[in-house]
Design a protein around this ligand. Structure first.
Ligand SMILES: [Zn+2]
Length: 263
């Protein structure tokens, strides 16, 4: 959930040497690459966890612009308080889907994959799949994934590659031709990264180079929470991306486009 440095660094320090080695190896191996056609830029908006404001405040902004986003959800957080704030409620899940947004998986429990055995990882994916089937319908299967805390083990990457069309990391950057679909990069728009991230430059580069920019936020509110994006910032980046001519779609739908445009 966090780009390098700050909180992710703390989480990495808590993990074992084996975990750190697994992360280093996992991020160096690519099982599936993104065939981004040159000369065409995409933008995806993604929200992790999901704090209630990402839906109650973020949803109307998206709707006003006619946009659909990707919401990455951990079933265990439903109706709970996490990181000192209320998370999405059971009824929100159907509303998010009904509005045309993508719901992706963020594991059932919001845990680092570096702490899970391969069997535990399989179980976390399966538990979240079962949670979403119960919430949305038996036919529902999340199509993309986001690693909790952005922490990626070799086994997790392998399993997610088999189960999902694409997986999103928290590593900053754009997804250009040949990018790793098992650890898509992001541009963070939460408060904690506002000072160090030039979103305007990222959007301009995506449009210029025909790359895929994926924005990552958690809450959408004016609380000043480290992992929130003020509504005004979300509005501004959306308007900038639209003005730059980026095509704005959920993560799984960009993958569909890129895959079909290759054939
Ligand atoms: Zn998260």
């Amino acid at each position: 959930m966090f780009p390098a440095g700050l909180t992710m660094g703390a989480a990495m320090r808590r993990s074992s040497l084996a975990g750190r080695l697994s992360f280093a190896a996992a991020t160096r191996m690519a099982f599936r690459r993104v065939p981004v056609p040159p000369g065409r830029g995409f933008l995806s908006l993604s929200f992790d966890d999901i704090p209630l404001s990402a839906w109650t405040e973020g949803g109307p902004i998206l709707s006003r612009h006619g946009l659909r986003a990707s919401y990455y959800l951990s079933g265990d957080l439903c109706g709970k308080v996490f990181e000192n704030r209320e998370q999405y409620r059971q009824d929100d899940i159907a509303d998010i889907i009904a509005a045309g947004h993508e719901i992706g998986s963020h594991l059932f429990h919001h845990v680092s994959t570096l702490t899970l055995s391969p069997n535990q990882m399989r179980r976390e994916i399966a538990l979240n799949d079962a949670f979403l089937k119960q919430a949305v319908g038996q036919d529902f299967m999340a199509r993309s994934f986001a690693y909790p805390y952005g922490e990626i083990s070799v086994a997790a990457k392998w399993l997610c590659n088999r189960r999902f069309l694409a997986s999103r990391s928290v590593m900053p950057g754009l997804n250009s031709n040949g990018a790793d679909a098992g650890q898509l990069r992001i541009l963070p728009i939460d408060n904690i990264f506002a000072a160090e991230t030039d979103i305007g430059a990222g959007i301009a580069a995506a449009a210029r180079d025909g790359a895929w920019a994926i924005l990552l936020a958690h809450g959408v509110d004016n609380t000043g929470h480290a992992f929130s994006c003020p509504p005004s910032r979300l509005e501004a980046v959306i308007e900038r991306a639209m003005a730059a001519g980026l095509e704005i779609l959920p993560v799984a739908e960009v993958m569909d486009r890129l895959t079909s445009s290759r054939s």
